[in-house]
Write a protein that binds this ligand. Sequence first.
Ligand code: APR
Length: 239
Amino acid sequence: MKSDLAILKSTLDAAGAVTVLTGAGISSDSGVPTFRGTDGLWRNFRAEDLATPQAFSRDPRLVWEWYNWRRELIASKQPNPAHHAIVELERRTGRFWLITQNVDGLHRSAGSEKLSEIHGNIWMVRCTACGRIEENRDVPIPFLPSCRQCGGLLRPHIIWFGESLGHEDLMRSTAALKQCDVLLVIGTSGVVYPAAGFAAVAKEAGAFVAEINPEPTPQSELVDLVLRGRAKEIMPLLL
Ligand code: APR
C-alpha cells in the first residue's frame, strides 16, 4: 500500500489533467447508505418500485415518500475528508473535472465547482408538465409537490433506471475521460452503465487509472493501480 500510495501521489503531482469518478462509497463515510453494500438501499427497497419512470407514474406518492425519507437522511450529513481532498485536488490541478454518480449534493457542499452530477441531485426538482427545474430543500417536501410556475406535478430531478444521462453531462464527462492524464475511480461498484464503462474509456485514451475501494470491482482488473481502503483515509494521504 505504501509504495502504491507513493506511486499514485507522484503520478498525480506530475499530471496536468486529472478526472475523478465517484460513487456512493465516498459518502458512506459521511453516513449516507450505499446502494449495494451490506445495508445498501437496494437490499431493503425494490429499485423497480421506486427509481423508474414507470414507478412514478404508477404511484408518485410512494416515490415521493421514499425520496423524502432519503432527503431527511441526507440533510444532516456533512462532507468528509475525501470530499474535501477532491476540492483541494481541483484547486491544485490545471485541468480538473469531477464526475459523480451521487445525488446527495455533498461534493457541492464541500466546495467542488468543476463537476457533473450525472445522476442528478436530490435537492433539485423538475416539473413533469413544463419541465422547469429548481432547487427545493424543503424537508419534508409535500408528497405530491406542485410546480410554482404551472402547477404541474414535480418529480425528483434524478436519472432513474431506464432513463438516459443528460446530453451535456455525457459530453462533458466523455471529454474529461478522454483528455485526462489520471483518472481516480472512488467508491463505486462499477455495475451501473454508462458510468461503469468510464474507466475503460479513460484507459483506452492513455490515462493512468487508479481505483480506491475497500472491495474489488469488475474494473479492478483493467486499472493500473488499486488502493484497498476507505476513501476518507486514503484521499487525504494522496495530497
Ligand atoms: N470508501 C470507498 N469505497 C467504499 C467505501 C468507502 N468508505 N464504502 C463502500 N465503498 C464501495 C463499495 O465497496 C462499493 O464498491 O463503494 C461501492 C458502492 O457501490 P454501490 O452501492 O453499488 O454504489 P454506486 O456504485 O455509486 O451505484 C451506482 O447505481 O443505484 C444506482 O443511481 C444509483 O448512482 C447509483 C448507481
